[in-house]
Structure formats: C-alpha cells, structure tokens
Design a protein around this ligand. Sequence first.
Ligand SMILES: [Zn+2]
Length: 493
Amino acid sequence: MRLIPSYSLLISIILLGLVSPTNAEIQGRNIFTRTDVDLSTKMVGEIVYVSLADFHRLIDAELKWNPIEAAATITTDERSIKVVMRSSYVVVDKEAYNIIYRAIFEDGSLYVPLITFMELCNKTLSGELLYFPERNMLDFVPRIYNVLDIKGDEKLNGYLVTLFLTKPLEYEYHLTDEGWLNLTLLDGEINTEKVSEYDLAPFVRSIKAYQFENSAQISFRLRNRKANFVITDQDSPPRITISINTDTDIVGLSGVPTWRKNNIELIVIDPGHGGQDPGAVGRKYGTKEKEIVLDISKRVRDYLKKKGLDVRMTRENDTFIPLGERTQFANRLGADLFVSIHANASERVEPRGCETFFLARAKNDEARAVAALENSAIRFEEEGAGGYDNLSDLDFILMDIVQNEYLKESSDLAELIQVEFSRHIRVPNRGIDQAGFYVLNRAYMPAVLVETAFISNADEERLLRNRSFRQDVAEAIAKGILEFKRRYQLSER
Ligand SMILES: [Zn+2]
C-alpha cells in the first residue's frame, strides 16, 4: 500500500471537513511498536490540523517546546523537525520546507496541517505515514534497517570491513574495472544516508548506498585497485566481513601496475631514518638527519594537505621503520607518489647542494656513494635485510626492480622537485641522478629520494637547523609534487 495521491486526499479532507465536528480525533497506529495514539485535530476552514504533541508519539520522536521562539522541535533518531508558531516554514535539520499552511497554537498545543506535514515527514523521515481519511486512521510504518553498523579495522596486511546485521542476509558481490566493490544484500534494508557517510579512509575512498525494492547495494570504492579481497559471513552477531588484502607481495611482482596518472591524490612522505638510526650527523652542531627530515616532511604534508591532497607519512615521530616496510606501507595504501626525504652527507666537508634521486642502476660513483649511505640504514634492522647480505654490491636491489615501470615518471618528479629547489632555496642545485636505493625498491608508484642539503657541510648544516629554510625546502618539494600532478593530469586529457 503506497500513498494515495495527495489531490484525492485533499478532496477527502475537504469532504471530511464539511461533515466532521471540529475537534475530531484521528486514530494513529505505529505498526511496528503496535501502539495506538489518539491524534486530536482541528479544522481551519477545510484544512485538517493535527496536534504535534500527539503526532510525535506516533512516530516515536521526542518533543521539545521552546517558549521563547514559540517553536516546537520533534527529534527522531535521524532528524530534528522544528515547527514555529504561525509560520508555514518548517526546518528539518537545517533545511527549511514550506508546508503551505501556518502552524497554529490552540489549547496549549501546536497544530500542523496534516496532509502537507505528513508529506514532509515522508520525504525526510525513514518510515512511512499512510493516511486513510475514510476510516479516520493514520498509520506509521517505521523503516526497520537490517544493516546496523559498518566498521573498518586496519590489519597488518590490509583492511577488514565488517557489516553488522540484525539477521543473516544473502549477498552477492562484483568488482568493477574502476575499483568499485559492489555488495548487494538481498532483502537488505539500509539507511542510505548513514551508510554513505561512513569513513573507511584511506583503504576505501568512498562509499555509496542504494535502497531498492527487494535489495540494498553498498558500493565501496577501493583505493588499491589491485587489492585481493575475500568476503565471508559469520553468526553471533550476524555479520559480513570483507577482508581487503593489500599486501602486494602476495599479489605478486608480475602484477600489472595500476598507477594512473590522471588520479594523483594520495602521497606518501617518508622521513628518512628514525629511532636507533639517526641518519647522518652534522660535524659542527651534531644535528641529526632523522630530526631534520621529520620536520621537513611534516611541513610538506601540511602544505599538500592545504592544497587538498591526501598525505600519509611512514613515520610521524622518532621511530625506526625498516626500509622495506616504507614502500610496503605506500603499496598497501595504493599511494600515487612516494617521496623519501633525507639530508646528504659526505666524508669531505666541501660538498654541498640539493639533489633528487630515482631508482635505477647508478651511472657514477658519486650517486653510488649516496645510495650506499642511505642503504646502510639496513644495518639497524634486527632481522638483517633478508637475502641482501652483500651491501657492497650496490646494484643488488635491481634484481627485482619494480621501479623500472615508473622510470620516466620518477625522473620527471625528481626533475620538477629540483626545478622548485632552484626557485625557492639558495643552495647549489646538483640536479637529478639515479642509483640503487633500497628504500625506493618495490614501490608500485613513481618514487624519489630527496637529498635536501649536505648536513656534513657546516654552512648547510646551519641552514638545515633554520626553521624558515626547512619551510622553504618543504614548500619546494610540495610544489614539485603539485606541478607533477598538474602536468600528468593535463597530459591524460
Ligand atoms: Zn638519509
């Protein structure tokens, strides 16, 4: 039984108005709670008015009267509806609606025009009001949802999404090419508004919810388009779980890269070193690379966030993260760019300047030396570096180089960062170079390593200790990233 078209209702009301005594009552029934509510009514001309004080009990809402505003607010689980005396405007949450006829105040109670107010309720509340003028009855059929809640939990190798249900539901699912995981729940009843507001970031970019006649669909847009997922259901409590496995090592290195240049949204910033690994240490002031680069990284993050990018850091405090886990982190998130931030060091005191590297076979001894320095962080890893014992063999990591897929993009990103460096900071520009950086290995996205300045050079160590220099460095890196995003998104069109 659906709503009777309102014009026929109006006609009925008009007839009713002609024959009914002015203080008639309508019998209200809440179909779910099985409670009856007598609704006192008033006629104003031909319009039936219903008492708000009775009406709110029918829809299981709370009523608050504000004498100063001469307004009453009824509040349900989802909405608040504010009715103001002698006004035809009703505010639902923050939006105003016109119910055509003014609310009236009589016998110490607010009355609202039944038909138009009921239509407003049917538009904004979950549940349905059905009016039967010939029988003088008003039924309220509350919508009962069977999806109660959705929760996301970050796991070591992925993400777990759990849908809590009131009862077991049959379901089907389908993954689209665009990375939407569509879950259809047969006989599902969902609060579409509430469901689409769930935040499962960063593993799920967005959620859409649809209520159909005999089913409901919840669509999750997965951030990592090549993530594996497994859907299972459990009892007590009834629930459906989606485990999204984003460990790319399990997916396999031969997987097709899914990086898309028209969609650069999530940047992983990797402050080098940390914890027991101080990185390079300045000769003059004993400045630690790990502290300087963490500060610069946070500034890069803040700048990019202000520009609307999603940014995550491999570490946000002084902790040790093994080199391999840094790119794993970015892969799990399906990050679009990976930028590792460092300060350079040399055995000699003279070298100075900034330089950005990407991962490829080193072409000269200098680049090889920088990679050796940064790779030496591996000695702090408790388990050693797995099969990589011979760190003197600087090309060791090239055996499974994923970064080959992104050579062009990574070198472009390096170039753009260096361009911004020459604009914004006054240290010599050493350009871009390539070498075998372990930390960039196995990144499924363009990845660079930035050597901001030489901490081993007294002048540059002093600069690195200066807050405004670090801000300039950070802004240059961020602008390089933004320019990269702009150019690649442009070229895709
Ligand atoms: Zn470093």
